[in-house]
Design a protein around this ligand. Structure first.
Ligand code: HEM
Length: 222
């Protein structure tokens, strides 16, 4: 009885209206960093180098949104809250949105659309190469995020394609690690979070594999 009550929270499953409110709250919360940035711009509090400030803020939020998106599956497995999956697309699209703002800041405010300089940077500066790689890999994920595309690709192919998020998260962390000059504390924190999130997936997959084996193998075979 106590055990059943202890796990009551696992059965939490928002109804249609509750979920709609939850989704709105998440959507708005994800927009806050941009609103914050706009407010700082309007009140002239972006510091001595506003372009650097915006590049860094949008880069930070791209990486944070990627990590939050990657948290959905392990959190769902841990809590049994399968409805969390329905928030994943919004979170992933926000990661893409902040990546677009980050890239736009670089291309527009930092490089003034000088394509030659941009290409030179992509080729010559490894941290830009890796960041650009991460952005390119985000494109097919954003393009296939609609229900129509999921249906057209088929669930399995869609899932396989969307495993690119692991590579994107890794490239994002490497991009950050390579661009910092002295204090690597923040990139190390992101790398550790990513390691835990990816490690949790491996651990869960192994556990599932073992329980399937236990169900299919005859007694005495392990
Ligand atoms: C998924 C893709 C990307 C992620 C996750 C990402 C993430 C980041 C992060 C976390 C930072 C550091 C912010 C800080 O210092 O607090 C950063 C900075 C930066 N990123 Fe990206 N980035 C991505 C793509 C790109 C692309 C495509 C470009 C340009 C082609 C780019 C150019 C830069 C530049 C120029 C900086 C500032 C470097 C400095 O301050 O010295 N990033 N990015």
């Amino acid at each position: 009885m106590a055990a059943a009550q202890g796990h009551a929270w696992r059965r939490f499953n928002p109804g249609r209206t509750q979920f709609a409110w939850l989704w709105r709250a998440v959507w708005l919360a994800c927009l806050l960093p941009l609103l914050w940035l706009i407010a700082a711009g309007l009140s002239d509090t972006l510091g001595a180098n506003p372009i650097e400030y915006i590049t860094r803020a949008t880069g930070d939020w791209t990486l944070r949104m990627l990590m939050i998106t990657l948290t959905v599956t392990p959190l769902r497995q841990l809590t049994g809250w399968h409805w969390l999956v329905r928030l994943r697309r919004t979170l992933g699209l926000y990661a893409f949105f902040y990546a677009c703002l980050h890239l736009t800041t670089y291309v527009w405010l930092d490089q003034f659309f000088d394509i030659g300089e941009i290409v030179k940077d992509i080729v010559k500066r490894p941290f830009i190469t890796v960041g650009f790689g991460a952005f390119v890999l985000l494109l097919p994920l954003a393009a296939t995020s609609t229900n129509g595309m999921i249906r057209r690709l088929g669930g399995r192919a869609w899932q396989r394609l969307h495993r690119l998020i692991y590579a994107i998260g890794t490239l994002g962390v490497v991009h950050y690690w390579w661009l910092v000059k002295k204090d690597i504390t923040e990139p190390v924190i992101y790398a550790s979070v990513l390691a835990v999130l990816l490690g949790a997936r491996v651990w869960h997959a192994r556990r599932m594999h073992r329980s399937v084996q236990a169900m299919t193998l005859p007694d005495g075979v392990s």
